[in-house]
Design a protein around this ligand. Structure first.
Ligand code: UTP
Length: 277
């Protein structure tokens, strides 16, 4: 049993990034020299996944255009690398009619997924190294849904979905409950969910049963909460780096850190050192 398909929701409004996202998708925001969504597609590709569904919506045309084939009158190394990857991928698009929440967006993937387990990668998050690759290994061992987790500092607990669970082996949890954005003193742990999942098609039935939750949106976390009461759901602590590009500070941090690691931006590194000291 291996994971052949990935679903990437990219239809959210991106209100935390306004006014940048007034007329352009947040998934197209540049991080150094590529839009965020390209990092996400590359993560799926480097995890061995070749079939991808991107969920788009109003104002998201640029996401589709980015994965078209277009001949430029100049040679560009970045474009050539992208083209080579696209040669091996099948990328489909579906439009979410209204941005009614992540759970609602995932529902649109049902026909694409069929009866296979699938990877779900939020289109505005970057993970280094590819988190999905690690989740696939855990899924292959336990043969049940697995969700990527991270340990959070106290001040960030109330900003994330938090789990209650039992650690069954180093860094692997059996999840018993999910609480969306709890107060620190009410949080069942300091472990939050990040935007990477391996799910089975069972999730669709749980989403269909949902009533709108926080902010009047259909929340994927609410479906996972009910599912974890009836089925086994695992969590895996991801020890790599994760950037939520839907947040202005995180977006800036991602640009600086990734530029400093990129050999094409040595001049920038020198300039920044001069600014700081
Ligand atoms: P967020 O939770 O960041 O929501 O979405 P958002 O609406 O995009 O952003 P804010 O909170 O208003 O700033 C996480 C991922 O789920 C997608 C987003 O595009 C993003 O990749 N999403 C969210 C959808 O596809 N549809 C939705 O209705 C909501």
């Amino acid at each position: 049993m291996t994971i052949k398909k990935a679903v990437i929701p990219a239809a959210g409004l991106g209100t935390r990034m306004l006014p940048i996202t007034k007329a352009q998708p947040k998934e197209m925001l540049p991080v150094v020299d590529k839009p965020v969504i390209q990092y996400v597609v590359e993560e799926a590709y480097h995890s061995g996944i070749k079939e991808i569904l991107i969920i788009t919506g109003r104002n998201k045309r640029a996401v589709e255009d980015h994965f078209d084939r277009i001949i430029f009158p100049v040679k560009d190394e970045g474009i050539e690398r992208l083209e080579r990857m696209l040669d091996e991928l099948s990328i489909l698009f579906v439009r979410q009619k209204e941005p009614k929440g992540l759970g609602d967006a995932v529902k649109y993937a049902k026909p694409f997924v069929g009866d296979e387990p699938f990877a779900l990668l939020l289109g505005d998050n970057i993970t280094i190294p590819p988190c999905i690759k690690e989740l696939v290994k855990v899924f292959e061992k336990y043969k049940a849904p697995v969700i990527a987790l991270e340990k959070l500092p106290k001040e960030r607990i109330s900003l994330h979905g938090i789990i209650k669970g039992e650690e069954i082996e180093d860094g692997i949890y059996r999840i018993e409950d999910f609480v969306e954005k709890p107060k620190v003193e009410e949080a069942p742990s300091d472990i939050g969910i990040i935007g990477r999942y391996i799910l089975t098609p069972e999730i669709f039935a749980y989403i269909e049963e949902l009533k709108p939750g926080r902010n009047g949106e259909i929340q994927l976390t609410d479906a996972l909460k009910v599912m974890s009461m009836e089925k086994t759901v695992y969590g895996m602590i991801f020890n790599g780096r994760r950037y939520d590009i839907g947040d202005k500070t995180e977006w800036l941090k991602a640009n600086i850190e990734l530029a400093l690691e990129n050999k094409n931006f040595q001049e920038f590194k020198k300039w920044l050192k001069g600014k700081i000291t």
